[in-house]
Design a binder for this molecule. Sequence first.
Ligand code: GLC
Length: 550
Amino acid sequence: MSDLGFTNGASHWHHDAVFYQVYVRGFKDSSRDGSGDLRGLIEKLDYIQSLGVSCLWLMPIVRSPLRDDGYDVSDFLDIDPSIGSLADFQQLTDAAHQRDLRVITDLVISHTSDQHAWFQEARQGPESPYFHYYVWSDRDDRFPEARVIFADTEHSNWAWDHKTKRYYWHRFFSHQPDLNYDHPPVQEAILDVMRFWLDLGIDGFRVDAVPYLFEREGTNCENLPETHAFCKRMRRLIDMEYPGRILLAEANQWPDDLLPYFGEGDEFHMAFNFPLMPRLFLALRREDSRPLIDGIENLPAIPHDCQWATFLRNHDELTLEMVTDADRDYLYSEYARDPRMKLNFGIRRRLAPLLDHDQRRIQLLYSLLFSLPGAPVIYYGDEIGMGDNIYLGDRNGVRTPMQWSDERNAGFSSADPSMLYQPVIADPLVHYQAVNVEAQLRSPASLLHWLRHQLRLRRSQPLLSRGDIRFLQVTNRSVVAFTRSHRDAIGLFVHNLSAAVQPVHLELAAYAGLRPSQFGGNHGFPVITTEPYFLNLAPYEPLWFLLEPV
Ligand code: GLC
């Protein structure tokens, strides 16, 4: 059994969690129809466990016409038949729990598909009991300050419904009408959806698109007090009825607007660290620690029981909304040289191609992700450095089939290759015959082996998930150095952001008398004195030390 007290329903598990984000459709096909499914995922649980992660995040698994990969829900209370059944889901959660893996899924609360029965009913007109489940208007100029999020596809947040002869409100695709949270039955219905999945034994939710629940004239319709009030209701439900389960917020916002989603420890347990993510890519490309240090230092402390979810990539474009215009231009010019790589306000690429498939840089960013505060989230396929396909539309190029082996369809499916929901990556540079789990398991120097090892080291020391952080003053800006401390344990983490060897003098006088020993046990380093401590770092080298008494 895990040392995190899984079986006694320990709360606070989210502090130490490492998440693995799974796109079920793209993970493993057990039914030979060319599309991944829950039974396929069950087959691969041993693999997921072997990574050393502790919680799966499943992208939407509920019924959907799949025009936005399940983020367009047509029935909240059933599994989409293309990936399985409720019985399969039950088996999956049981099988995961047996392996000490928790399971959370996406909960899409801000909108439904236009195919959802509520919307179809609502279209009968104002007499319908469901009419007020959505936001209607005779005009399409209300709430003009609300930005259009999918700017490459949509021109307005209003769409015309010819049946009711009215406009309806949508923050994402026009086939995703927004729910009307001013209508109390909507709030009750969503709370019941939560109960349904929590009763099935799920460990929490990644709550999708949280900031947009309410609309108020004269505002940008994001982060409104009413939205926070509903989020607190969700949290009360968890605390009263399902203690130990968690809520993780997707709120792509600046720190001042993001922080309130933690409330005073009475709203979300976790929130994605959107401001930090692009700053890691900035720091690496500029070979400059400043954006990274600013990214952490500009985030005020969060309530004691809360935790950040940190990530490098996910299923969406690498969003650049939370950086200045100048930084966004820089990131576009460095990471999206082909215009095809851009989407909305971001870059639709996977981790490895963003970093030119340079294993040193990939490891460097992961090392930062695993040593900075927060619970890391790993996107499926990025643990083997999978490539992407910018010739597929929308965000599909980062959702191609998982590459298991060099067999047909990368071992993802034994269906006819032309039946696959999307082609496997066949770019010669990162062809699935070379980049796959089986090959990397055979090679001790692979990214996969390194990542598993690094996660083992992380698990060995609670300071990595719970420790305070303090940046050290370093004159060489290509090097970032910080300590993490928790109880009596002190860790020192030094990363070379540059492509060249870098010398660095660290001010460690406060730790004089202690000896840095590398995680995993190398004791050959000199004892710290009151003099500056000298280190030489190889290009892109990450160093993890424990500071131990001699
Ligand atoms: C979130 C999801 C994204 C989806 C959107 C609309 O941002 O991450 O994939 O398209 O919500 O539901």
